[in-house]
Design a protein around this ligand. Structure first.
Ligand SMILES: C[S@@+](CC[C@H](N)C(=O)[O-])C[C@H]1O[C@@H](n2cnc3c(N)ncnc32)[C@H](O)[C@@H]1O
Length: 416
């Protein structure tokens, strides 16, 4: 999860790991989820700087705290399972809100050890039991079947699903949740809005212009150009998007609602496909791409009229996830009132580590169609972290200015 706080990536990504508003500058943590092997994934979450990035994400933490507050009556004396406990934060919160037993499941051995130490140091080890395993490997000897009252998790990534978290929650529900038990959060929205930004396409093309050189130390590099271009087209762009950059404001943008509680079979998450119709835009435009984000809603029956929401929308308090920008293969001209639809398909990778996304945007007035992808959600370009100069310009004293203006961070502060 982080400007002054977003979650992620270098040029690839797990989460953007810098948090905002709480005055926290970029931590320089690794991007969330760009690994092709589960070892790399464990290693990423085993690094404390990446856990720290999530803990610094005040908007994220506050949404979970509000959900626990609303569910306080249900938490009294309850048995809770926290899937992917990381540092243990949600497990410890559950204990503080009255749970009598918390199973804190963590697949990364390094961070599981840290969570154990924190449990003991905070005298919560009588309540919080760290289970240092992937959820998929947890047996009924570890946790009795159907014995859990509340499942909580934060396994979200880019465009929500990037880290194969929904499957894990469904599996846990199937095996360990008692009938009528609570799952936090209960639903999530995948949201899309078109944008016009001709400069973005030009900028992305310029990213591989390095390989256009015909005399780089006497070498012609252009043979690498097609691959450089292809690799960049396969990246999603993570960015901080302002609401006014969108052709449909976030609150009017259409979305697909995912029921995180309903399914009994994790396989249902193998393919997620939906079609949305966009309302009229603010103006005629040449659409360059779609901005994507998600909102998770703690909507259980105990949550009252205004359920807590963890929103990663443009304009919402910044989070480690920032927003995704999906570039169309070609710009699509559309009048403000043209009927515009998008078909979106997300497919889990065979190795079940991430998803690829494909979209078809259709202008029903002109009959023209443009496409996104397939792009891997685990393959990110964290544009908000990109700096114009990879190597700092030195001043007349031969000193490089601190990238964060002197606070000691590795990345330039994010302009929100
Ligand atoms: C995004 S972090 C969240 C950590 C913590 N819950 C928090 O809110 O700060 C997700 C954690 O889940 C762990 N994880 C991911 N998939 C898992 C699985 N299938 N079983 C157990 N742990 C998993 C990761 O190693 C990581 O520590």
């Amino acid at each position: 999860m982080l400007q002054s706080s977003l979650r992620i990536c270098g040029t690839s990504s797990l989460r953007t790991a810098v948090v905002l508003q709480s005055g926290i500058s970029g931590l320089g943590s690794d991007s969330r989820r760009s690994f092709s092997r589960i070892d790399g994934y464990n290693h990423y979450y085993g690094k404390l700087k990446n856990q720290e990035g999530m803990l610094r994400d005040a908007a994220r933490n506050e949404a979970y705290r509000a959900a626990f507050e609303a569910a306080r009556p249900r938490l009294q004396g309850a048995t809770v399972m926290d899937i992917g406990t990381g540092s243990g934060i949600l497990a410890f919160l559950a204990a503080q809100y009255g749970a009598k037993k918390v199973y804190a499941i963590e697949g990364s051995p390094e961070i599981a050890r840290v969570a154990s130490r924190l449990a003991r140091a905070n005298n919560l080890h009588h309540i919080v039991e760290i289970v240092p395993k992937h959820l998929e490997k947890v047996t009924f000897d570890d946790i009795p079947a159907g014995s859990v009252d509340i499942i909580v998790s934060e396994l979200f990534s880019h465009f929500l699903v990037g880290e194969i978290g929904l499957q894990v929650v469904t599996l846990a529900k199937q095996r360990f949740l008692r009938p009528g038990g609570l799952v936090l959060p209960e639903i999530a929205w995948l949201k899309l809005s078109p944008f016009e930004d001709p400069a973005l396409g030009a900028e992305l093309r310029a990213r591989h212009s390095f390989w256009e050189q015909t005399d780089f130390m006497g070498l012609d590099l252009t043979a690498a150009l097609p691959l450089a271009a292809e690799q960049q087209l396969k990246e999603i762009v993570l960015d901080i998007v302002q609401p006014e950059e969108l052709l449909i404001p976030p609150e009017q943008s259409p979305g697909e609602c995912l029921d995180l509680v309903g399914p009994d079979d994790p396989e249902v998450w193998r393919k997620i496909s939906f079609e949305l119709q966009f309302p009229d835009r603010t103006r005629d435009a040449t659409i360059d791409g779609l901005c994507g984000w998600w909102d998770a809603v703690f909507s259980g029956d105990c949550m009252g009229d205004k359920p807590p929401v963890l929103s990663t929308a443009p304009g919402a308090p910044p989070t480690v996830w920032a927003q995704c920008r999906f570039l169309l293969d070609r710009p699509l001209v559309a009048s403000a009132t043209a009927r515009l639809t998008v078909k979106c398909e997300l497919r889990a990778h065979v190795q079940r580590e991430s998803y690829s996304i494909q979209m078809e945007v259709r202008n029903h007035e002109s009959g023209k169609v443009a496409y996104v992808g397939p792009v891997e959600l685990s393959n990110c370009y964290a544009r908000h972290f990109a700096k114009p100069n990879a190597f700092p310009v030195v001043d007349k004293n031969g000193l490089a200015p601190a990238a964060d203006g002197g606070t000691g961070g590795h990345r330039a502060p994010l302009a929100l």
